[in-house]
Design a protein around this ligand. Structure first.
Ligand code: CP3
Length: 353
């Protein structure tokens, strides 16, 4: 059986058209998600495999031009059972943030069956109903990004102040925390891949807060451990590194199959920094979806031309904004399907295929 289009694109193989999915496509914008959430609450949805599978598939039911589903959960849900008192309001909030060495030492190893028993059944349910050719993505937060929430006790406004301050006060403990998180992340991603996820994405949303030197010490080595720890399973791994302009070369060296980048740097520029080995994903500005139809088509085409026919997955530069008009999403995806197909056909023709 041929691999899903998304997987082939991530491997840099020739494809018949450019695949597309939308970061944070489940939830946020969809009325059918809000209706379910009213009854079950966010954590109730994540921890019920039947509902999680339904929410995962909702965007694909609405938009036939999506090439991937992303499993409905959150970067913080693997840590629900670790005694941190996690709730969502709407972002992650911790009753007991991690501030001491004793707390880090007390963190037990991640146990997929105890810590996230709902995950593998949800993956299997999604796989049964996925449209032909579409892929299922599993995901996790990067060790540094998860650490930023664990130490801060919630969102940090992007500066990751609490974890960076902790690293100045007690560097060894922060390294111990990052190592434990890397080990947990490997097990968490393996759980999803072994249950049937075709590829995974690691969200390093807050690595951008680090200087290049600090990234090389506190982020890159742990990302490397994560990608090494899943390499034998053969599922491509995307690294989301929005805002990490000063880090693209290091990010490309982590072992990720692809870098997912935000809208602020054109893809041809990213390619120069990241080198030819990794695929790219991105990077339409989510704001463009509020513009007129012609603007959406034009900007989508621009991103497709820069991304090119090989080793490229179309996406937004970051998560879709909650109030985005759904008609705009449709226009964007139809444009990827038609123009992305033409770009690939032209490349195949020029290659003599
Ligand atoms: O398509 C999907 O949305 C798939 C599932 C998914 C969620 N969170 C569900 C969710 C994914 C892939 C994530 C990743 C995530 N979570 C990231 C990395 C991606 C990024 O945006 O940079 C981060 C930093 C988080 C942490 C988090 N969880 C925040 C900041 C919030 C606040 C609200 C929001 O949507 O950003 C959450 C809660 C959350 N996670 C919701 C959803 C659908 C909102 C819950 C609600 O409906 O109120």
């Amino acid at each position: 059986m041929t691999a899903p289009l998304l997987v082939r694109a991530l491997r840099g193989e020739p494809v018949e058209r450019i695949p597309a999915w939308v970061m944070r496509q489940a939830g946020r914008t969809l009325p059918e998600y809000r209706a379910l959430k009213e009854n079950h609450g966010f954590l109730g949805m994540v921890t019920d495999p039947v509902i999680a599978a339904e929410v995962t598939l909702q965007p694909l039911a609405r938009f036939k031009d999506l090439d991937a589903a992303i499993l409905f959960s959150d970067i913080m849900t693997p840590f629900l059972e670790t005694g941190i008192g996690l709730r969502f309001d709407p972002g992650p909030v911790l009753e007991r943030p991690i501030r001491t060495r004793a707390q880090v030492e007390a963190m037990g190893p991640y146990d997929p069956d105890c810590d996230a028993p709902y995950l593998a059944p949800a993956v299997r349910l999604v796989k049964k109903s996925l449209p032909p050719g579409a892929a299922l993505l599993g995901f996790a937060g990067s060790p540094f990004t998860v650490a930023s929430y664990l130490v801060e006790g919630g969102g940090s406004g992007g500066e990751a102040r609490a974890v960076r301050r902790f690293a100045e006060e007690d560097r060894d403990t922060v390294h111990l925390l990052l190592r434990r998180l890397a080990e947990a992340t490997v097990l968490h991603l393996r759980q999803q891949i072994l249950a049937g996820a075709d590829a995974v994405q690691v969200f390093d949303t807050w690595g951008q807060a680090l200087s290049r030197r600090e990234y090389q010490e506190m982020d890159e080595p742990y990302l490397r451990l994560v990608f090494e720890g899943i390499a034998d399973l053969g599922a491509p791994a995307i690294l989301y590194c929005g805002g990490a302009f000063h880090q693209f070369a290091d990010a490309a060296a982590t072992g990720a199959s692809a870098l997912s980048v935000d809208h602020r740097v054109p893809l041809d520029e990213v390619r120069k920094q990241a080198g030819p080995r990794v695929a790219l994903q991105g990077n339409l500005d989510p704001a463009v979806l509020f513009g007129p139809r012609e603007r959406i088509v034009e900007e989508t085409e621009r991103v497709l031309m820069q991304g090119g026919p090989r080793g490229f997955v179309f996406n937004l530069g970051h998560g879709i904004w909650p109030e985005t008009p759904l008609e705009a999403v449709r226009t964007m995806l139809e444009t990827v399907r038609s123009i992305g197909g033409r770009i690939c056909a032209k490349a195949a023709g020029e290659g003599g295929a």
